[in-house]
Design a protein around this ligand. Structure first.
Ligand code: HEM
Length: 500
């Protein structure tokens, strides 16, 4: 009998069919079985998964997620290269994951290259377990100690708002894009808490650090190709390499500041976040290491700059688009604060319109449209599906902030929705209004950010009328997303001082 040659084998339909059946049977038998099905989602391509969905030019990540929600429901599985992403959307789903099942969903994944390579299990943002709990507690406690909710920080923010106003005033009402100034103002508030000082706006070091933060925010996303093909980082122009360099630059600046603090440290006079650390260093707490301190400092600057500045830019765009809102806001500020003093935190209770405006800006803009990835440490049954161990679980906050069933007309900007018939401010739809997320990994800067937004906006609207440049169309309300946050398209504004 002739020994069959390989060509015969592949040209015989019977043998090919037999091979397919064998391969399929082996795959079927070895395939992981789950007690509940995996969530539905679009069919992935070999190797690249569903990446083409996310790299469509001009279509932000949250829009793709919303489109998938319409097709598959509130829990959707997609593949970014080899990584499994699970999107959780809608009020009930996200509420369950952040409350009843918070203990399962409060972890961050450690198998993504960017996280493994740059962040490791250090700092707050991408750490887990005891490291995360200890550093969250330290950061929250120290931010409270150094003024969040207190007069000392209120004065710092008022001072920064005053300096910001001088910059705006120096433009004499001429068109300008103030994004960088807003970033400087937000970043200086963190610098005050962390280092006890502020940077001048023309300081080249400050500009460099802000540019580092910008790069991290624009590129530090799950869909970075190096996450799936780490070798790409050795190619010229690799974004991961740039990210790494800029992260190191921010850390090395933090290191020099810590060294400076060491030389003047006085345990009887703890001045700021770094001093507090120096006091606790050596206390026996295994997480109070200098490595963790660098990381936390960089994270506070990163997380607190772009998010807050983008919210201010959105707010001003909305003031320009809705001049009646701007008028009402100014009328309230004049009535409660007048023109001779700065707005104070305690004015808040007499300013329902400002509070409603700020909530609506956060709801409408969805500056953080999705959370960074969470994960589950074991296969987890959730709402009739299995969430596989180590998958990247992302809460799409935008779907809650823009849920038509909750808000009625989510795409309209309407601060009045946060006012009752008597014109009093009401906290509305608390389970859906979660711009800072919820549960065990929710934003630790929430109170600081809300304090800044109140004082910055109160001061800006007190001092300026914001308008589109003469003859220009109103800027677009379209959202763009290059990286973590949702931004406006760049637009020029005229900030006309009321004294003119
Ligand atoms: C308008 C401004 C801000 C918005 C919209 C915002 C939003 C968020 C969101 C959505 C998360 C993810 C939560 C999750 O994964 O479930 C987060 C996490 C975080 N935010 Fe903010 N944030 C803002 C300002 C700030 C500020 C000012 C700081 C610093 C002082 C800050 C520090 C952090 C940190 C450290 C985390 C990580 C928490 C963890 O993983 O345990 N954020 N923020």
């Amino acid at each position: 009998m002739r020994i069959m040659d390989i060509t015969d084998f592949f040209t015989s339909p019977r043998y090919v069919l037999a091979l397919v059946v064998i391969v399929f049977t082996i795959w079927y038998m070895r395939r992981k079985r789950y007690s509940k099905p995996l969530p539905p989602g679009p069919t992935p391509w070999p190797l690249i998964g569903n990446l083409p969905l996310f790299v469509q030019k001009g279509i932000p990540f949250h829009k793709v997620a919303k489109m998938l929600q319409g097709k598959y429901g509130n829990i959707v599985k997609v593949h970014a290269g080899p990584a499994t992403l699970i999107f959780l959307m809608g009020k009930e789903t996200v509420h369950k994951a952040t409350h009843e099942m918070n203990d399962k969903f409060k972890y961050r994944p450690t198998n993504i290259f960017l996280i493994k390579h740059i962040f490791q299990n250090k700092g707050i943002l991408f750490s887990n377990g005891e490291v995360n709990s200890a550093l969250r507690k330290y950061a929250l406690g120290t931010m409270r100690e150094f003024g969040v909710g207190k007069r000392s920080l209120e004065e710092r923010i008022q001072e920064e708002a005053g300096i910001l106003c001088q910059v705006l005033e120096s433009k004499n009402g001429q068109p300008s894009y103030f994004m960088n100034n807003f970033k400087m103002a937000a970043s200086n508030i963190i610098a005050g808490i962390v280092y006890g000082n502020r940077f001048e706006y023309d300081d080249p070091v400050f500009k460099r650090l802000l540019s580092d933060i910008d790069t991290l925010f624009k590129n530090g996303s799950l869909t970075l190709p190096e996450n799936f093909l780490p070798l790409l980082r050795f190619l010229p122009g690799s974004r991961l390499k740039k990210l790494e360099e800029q992260f190191k630059d921010l850390e090395s600046y933090a290191r020099t500041q810590i060294e400076d603090h060491r030389t003047t440290f006085d345990p009887e006079n703890v001045r700021d976040f770094v001093d507090m650390f120096l006091k606790m260093e050596g206390s026996g707490d295994p997480f109070m290491t200098e490595d963790n301190l660098h990381r936390v400092i960089v994270e506070l600057f990163n997380a607190g700059t772009d998010t807050t500045a983008n919210t201010i830019v959105w707010g001003i765009l909305l003031l320009i688009t809705y001049p009646d809102t701007q008028k009402k806001l100014r009328a309230e500020i004049l009535k409660v604060v007048g023109t001779e003093r700065y707005i104070r935190l305690e004015d808040k209770r007499n300013m329902p319109y400002l509070r409603a405006f700020l909530d609506e800006v956060q709801r409408f803009s969805g500056v953080a449209p999705q959370t960074p990835p969470h994960t589950v440490l074991e296969d987890t049954e959730f709402e009739g599906y299995t969430i596989p161990k180590n998958s990247n679980v992302i809460f799409i906050l935008f779907t809650l902030l823009h849920d038509a069933d909750v808000w009625g007309d989510p795409d309209n900007f309407r601060p009045e929705r946060f006012l009752n018939d008597a014109g009093e401010y009401v906290e509305l739809n608390k389970d859906s209004f979660i711009p800072f997320s919820a549960g065990g990994r929710s934003c630790i800067g929430k109170h600081l950010a809300r304090m800044e937004l109140l004082l910055f906006f109160g001061t800006l609207v007190q001092k300026f009328e914001f308008k589109a440049p003469p003859g220009a169309d109103l800027p677009s309300l379209e959202r763009i997303q290059s990286g973590v946050t949702c931004q406006t398209k760049p637009y020029d504004i005229c900030a006309v001082p009321f004294s003119q």
